[in-house]
Unconditional design. Sequence first.
Length: 247
Amino acid sequence: MSASHSDVTRGPVGRFINTAEETFIAILLGLMTVITFVNVVLRYGSESSFIHLIERITGRDLPSTLLWGLETVLILFAWLVLFGLSYGFKVRAHLGVDAVINIASAPLRRVLVILSALACIAYGGLVMKGAWDYWAPFAGYQQTTGRIIPTGFDESTRDQGWYETEQVPIPFGRTFLEDRFNMGEEYEKLPRFIPYFILPFGVALMLFRILQATVAVLRGRADSLIASHEAEDAIEEAAAHVAKGGN
């Protein structure tokens, strides 16, 4: 038995969450595409008649490039990767080597899958600690103590809330950010803790999805954490061949 994509979208809440996640991924991809396209047009078409026409219509001189464009695209790409990582666990889109598991007996296969799930949970916990410890100082929070397992919070953590991105401007909420995270001091650019927030958030979401997949395996709703696309494609081809009346 394998969990399918429909298993994670059952019920109105599940469908809403799934739609929200897919919409967020689409927005990230769309923003990356638009910013890159606009930057290319401005950089290589600054002297074109099209750009001059837009400048006459708007009454403003357009820049020859978006100084914040490259850095923003890099940030969006990082968000896309880390958010998509957890989504991949949710819909079982990650590929894996299942040659050994496939030749094992059903009881042994279940044990191996559970062991791999526990290994993923342990790995996710380690990455979660590292992600929090990296992000926390930029938001004015404390890092955790302990080399592997968190044992508390380090009160000597240096507040690095004043660190900013290189070029990305603050689109809104400047006063709130300055009062809450920079002791009222002015931000000239977007503070780093905002783009870096995807580290603890993305890893926490990934860990949650791994736990969900593990529960599905324990309850018998799935037999793996990964998708075996080769086997699925072979089954679909065989079914299509039979449906056409082939031998």
